[in-house]
Design a protein around this ligand. Structure first.
Ligand code: Y43
Ligand code: MG
Length: 214
């Protein structure tokens, strides 16, 4: 990869597109996504791990386009919910899931934990921290000419809050609190999120494995 290159990312998530465009933009590269290829069929994410799903998205789209393609499979693991929603994060609230509905469903599940726990940790504004949690991101880059994958993973630890804070980011960001920042993930700028997030970390790891030339 080099400055001026265009990176194809096999995603239909506008939040991911924004973050990849920001990161690759700093390296002088453009990002295109499935919004630019609306006629490609959806990839069924039927893997049981983030890595399986990332590989499937990358390989399916790369073979359809005859170009190297990057895919991201990511999600939220909430410790006191036994690791849910995990690989099912995007479909947590069922058919027709949206970020808003998924967050609603998560708040309902977290409310049950509040009932079990009479003294959860509280922030100065009264927000309760109900469980430890992690965001996980697996990246897979598939090159159809070489028939080879390059993969990486990133993780960030935090806490689930009992109410949303912030309007940045996407997905579960408004419910995910970072003690190191004293803020939710949705209260960070794209730049700040990139520096600590599962996706930002995974991307740094991936770029170490790929020669990025001037
Ligand atoms: O930084 C993040 N901040 C908040 N939430 C996040 C993040 N990263 C992943 N998530 C959530 C969103 C979605 O509920 C699931 C990803 O599911 P995942 O299948 O990888 O992505 P997706 O279906 O939205 O788009 P696509 O598959 O086209 O890339 O985890
Ligand atoms: Mg998906």
């Amino acid at each position: 990869m080099k400055r001026g290159d265009t990176v194809v990312v096999a995603t239909k998530n506008a939040g991911k597109v924004r973050e990849f465009a920001h990161a690759f933009g700093k390296l002088g590269m453009q990002v295109v996504s499935m919004f630019d290829y609306p006629n490609l069929p959806d990839v069924l994410e039927d893997g049981t791990t983030f890595a399986e799903n990332a590989r499937k998205k990358a390989k399916t789209v790369a073979e359809a386009l005859g170009l190297p393609v990057l895919a991201d499979d990511s999600g939220l693991q909430v410790t006191r919910l036994g690791g849910e929603p995990g690989v099912y994060s995007a479909r947590y609230s069922g058919e027709g899931a949206t970020d808003a509905r998924n967050n609603e469903k998560l708040l309902q599940e977290l409310a049950r934990l509040t009932a079990e726990d009479s003294e959860p940790e509280q922030l100065a504004d009264g927000t309760k921290l109900l469980s430890e949690a992690s965001f996980i991101c697996t990246l897979a880059l598939y090159d159809p000419a070489a028939e080879a994958f390059i993969e990486s993973e990133g993780l960030v630890n935090g806490y689930m809050m009992d109410r949303p804070r912030g309007s940045g980011g996407f997905g579960y960001d408004p419910l995910f609190y970072l003690k190191s920042q004293g803020r939710s993930m949705a209260e960070l700028t794209t730049e700040e999120k990139q520096a600590i997030s599962h996706r930002g970390t995974a991307l740094v790891e991936l770029l170490k494995k790929i020669a990025v030339s001037e």
